[in-house]
Structure formats: structure tokens, C-alpha cells
Design a binder for this molecule. Structure first.
Ligand code: FES
Ligand code: FE2
Length: 333
């Protein structure tokens, strides 16, 4: 069992392949459905550089490319907000919520121009248990992609948790370096000493099948995590903590820069519980940030040419092997 060749983490060409064969072809977690409550509520984001947005319309949710059909400007800034119509900031073309082009100011006489020809490009979307996914070029259904996470969480009352907060963290390493790190608990003693003291590390278990890596460890007294961390192909995670859960999407900005988009959900949304929620989020993000330095320095070693593929532990790196096997299946070298 060998680690993937470092070329896969450093090459801009391979990254372009990743975007096409992985990020465009798979369902990508955008946000909880609950963020689109009222007509006009939208969330705009990037899928490995491809700008998209989801919006609540009179007829329900719609998803579009966040790309103007005129000369390609971005229609909505990344983030969440509310709009009634969509006006391109560049030359102010206006679209309705259904994506149809409504108004083209200052265009002039042009018998060849027909507004009906320039509707926004739509994007496929689907939902699962309150989570909204989009896919640029679907090859499978969302249910097929989800695989083992569906039975895994069947008894978890996800729908009873309310979305409370989104956090975005950016660091300078390839998305696969971070994923290799996320899908193993082997680094917990070295990188997360406090977290290590809070779990029974000897009983840390990793299993991997049907698009999911499942890591569990019995928590000791005082740990905010519930001892179950899930990663799903190709790039999203779900972890359970006391009174709630988080999700994250591991999104490449380019071949050596990655953003994590974390969302936090809680059962208790009361004002009285606000300090406890804030602490859970802060503790959680502190553990996430502890991984960045090792990812950055590993990235540099891969880039330097000074690293050749090393061995993977059967006991602790089955998740890394599983993720890398999926990468090999879609063309990694
Ligand atoms: S690019 Fe949007 S109106 Fe021109
Ligand atoms: Fe970690």
C-alpha cells in the first residue's frame, strides 16, 4: 500500500483534470435547504472555480451558472443574500428568477437579437435530508453518489438540527493533501494532542466503503465531538458533536490553494445556549486549523521533488488508501 505519487498534488494540468473528472461530474454540497426560505433568497458559491448560485423562486429552488450570458461577468457576489430580479453589474442585463432574460438596456436596433435565446444556464440540483447539492455535469444520481452515508445516518435526527453558522477557511495546499489528512486518525497524537487526550485512541477505527470513510473513537469526558467523523466522496464531510453536527466542503481554489466551507447545525437554538454553541464552533475550528501547517509543509515537500511515495498503514490509513483508489479510478497517476 503506497501513497499516491506527489505529481498528483502539484501539477496544474492534473488539477484541470480533477476539475473536469471529479468536481464537474459529482454532486457538490452547497448549503442547507433552510438557507433558502423566502422567495429571492440565494446562495452563490464556486465549485472548483465554476461559479454557481441556488435561489428560491415562486416555483421552488432553481440553480444556475453565476455567469452572465452577455460577456461572462459574475452576476451575484459569493455568499448568501436576497434578490428579486438579477441584474448583471457589468452592462445591467436583467433576468427573472426563472432565468429568463427580461431587460437589455441601451441595446439599440438589432433585428437579430431575441431575448429568448439568452436565458441563464441552469445547473442540476437535488436535496438529501435538508442538504442541497448541485452538479455541473451529472454522471450519477445524488442517491447513487451518497452510497453508504445514507444508512450510516438513518437514525441520526439531522432534520431536527437548525443551521446556525457558516465559516470559510483558506489555506495553501492542494485539496487532496487536506483530504488525505482528514480521512485518517493516525496524525491525531502528533498534530492534535488535546484532542488525542479526549478520545480512546487505542480504539480508533477506520472503515471505508461505498463512497464513505467512517472514523470512530469513544470520546472521554469533556470532548465536544461525539466520536464519529464521516468523509464522503469526493469532497464533503459530516461530523457529529454534542447537540448537533457540522458539514464541510473541501473546495479547490486552484491546484495549491483550498477553501473549507464549514456549516454548523444545532438542536438547541435558544439565546441561553449561544455561548455553548460559540464554544463548540471555536473548539471545532481550532482542531481544523491545527492541520493546516502540516498540510502546507507537505505540499512544499511534494513540490520540491524531494519526496517519493511512502507506505500507508493498514491499521490507520485505510481511508487514505480508499480515497486514493477512487482518484486512481478516475485517472490519477
Ligand atoms: S457581461 Fe453581463 S451585461 Fe454585459
Ligand atoms: Fe486533523
Amino acid at each position: 500500500m503506497r501513497n499516491l505519487d506527489p505529481v498528483n498534488y502539484v501539477s496544474p494540468e492534473i488539477h484541470r483534470e480533477d476539475v473536469k473528472t471529479i468536481f464537474a461530474a459529482t454532486w457538490q454540497l452547497v448549503c442547507p435547504v433552510s438557507r433558502l426560505k423566502e422567495r429571492g433568497d440565494y446562495v452563490a458559491t464556486e465549485i472548483a472555480g465554476n461559479k454557481v448560485f441556488v435561489v428560491m423562486t415562486r416555483d421552488g429552488i432553481r440553480a444556475f451558472r453565476n455567469v452572465c450570458r452577455h460577456r461572462g461577468a459574475r452576476l451575484l457576489p459569493e455568499g448568501a443574500g436576497r434578490c428579486s430580479t438579477l441584474r448583471c453589474p457589468y452592462h445591467q442585463w436583467v433576468w427573472g428568477e426563472d432565468g429568463s432574460l427580461l431587460n437589455v438596456p441601451f441595446w439599440g436596433d438589432d433585428p437579430e437579437f431575441n431575448k429568448d435565446d439568452w436565458a441563464l444556464d441552469t445547473v442540476a440540483f437535488d436535496t438529501w435530508r435538508g442538504l442541497l447539492f448541485v452538479c455541473l455535469a451529472p454522471e450519477k444520481t445524488l442517491a447513487e453518489q451518497l452510497g453508504a452515508v445514507v444508512p450510516e445516518l438513518q437514525d441520526e435526527p439531522m432534520e431536527t438540527y437548525s443551521w446556525m453558522q457558516e465559516e470559510r477557511l483558506v489555506f495553501d495546499a492542494n485539496w487532496k493533501i487536506y483530504t488525505d489528512n482528514f480521512v485518517e486518525g493516525y496524525h491525531i497524537p502528533g498534530i492534535h494532542p488535546e484532542f488525542h487526550r479526549a478520545i480512546e485512541f487505542d480504539r480508533f477505527e477506520t472503515t471505508a466503503h461505498e463512497g464513505m470513510v467512517r472514523m470512530t473513537a469513544p470520546p472521554r469526558e469533556g470532548l465536544f465531538y461525539r466520536g464519529k467523523w464521516l468523509w464522503m466522496w469526493p469532497n464533503w464531510t459530516l461530523s457529529l458533536f454534542e447537540g448537533g453536527m457540522n458539514t464541510s466542503r473541501i473546495n479547490p481554489i486552484d491546484h495549491r490553494r483550498t477553501e473549507l466551507i464549514y456549516n454548523f447545525y444545532f438542536a438547541d437554538t435558544s439565546e441561553a445556549a449561544a455561548p455553548k454553541r460559540a464554544k463548540t464552533i471555536a473548539d471545532n475550528l481550532a482542531v481544523v486549523r491545527e492541520d493546516f501547517e502540516v498540510c502546507l509543509e507537505t505540499q512544499k515537500n511534494y513540490e520540491s521533488g524531494g519526496y517519493r511515495s511512502g507506505p500507508l498503514s493498514p491499521r490507520h490509513e485505510a481511508g487514505v488508501k480508499y480515497f486514493q483508489d477512487q482518484l486512481r479510478a478516475v485517472g490519477a497517476r
